[in-house]
Ligand binder design. Sequence first.
Ligand code: AMP
Ligand code: ZN
Length: 147
Amino acid sequence: MSNDGKHDPSCIFCRIVAGEAPAHRVWEDEATLVFLDIFPVSPGHTLIITKGHHENLFEAPAGSLAAVGAVSKRIAEALREELAPAGMMVFQLNGADAGQTVFHYHMHLLPRWPGQELVLHTRVPGDPVALADLAAKLVARLERSAS
Ligand code: AMP
Ligand code: ZN
């Protein structure tokens, strides 16, 4: 596991990377992990994280950020093929005053549909069955596109 040696046992995303906490995983490579947001603002709300624990854009090494950027295109394409949203929002928050709530670098991919309110967070958990189903479909789609 390549995580730049940075691991914070009190960080929920580090615990997901280590397999100590559950997640609806979609993709994994040496530098990144991708899973569905458990409080999805819209169907397909996905997080792309660096495997290493870096608090934000300012702390994360450029190479890790580049890896997140590269994988974001693949994941966005898979989400578009699977869900056919009208648009795709990409956002990334740095610092509590910018709305960041989990202090481990991550990029959000948020499929969007007409009329959807422009919000970044919700407190409504996603349906675990629907999340598991979507994650499995995305995994299969990404495997097909890789081969
Ligand atoms: P941010 O506000 O940019 O730090 O985003 C953190 C995101 O992580 C929010 O959208 C949360 O819903 C999401 N989140 C928090 N805990 C988990 C978890 N255990 N699994 C998946 N997503 C999570
Ligand atoms: Zn972490």
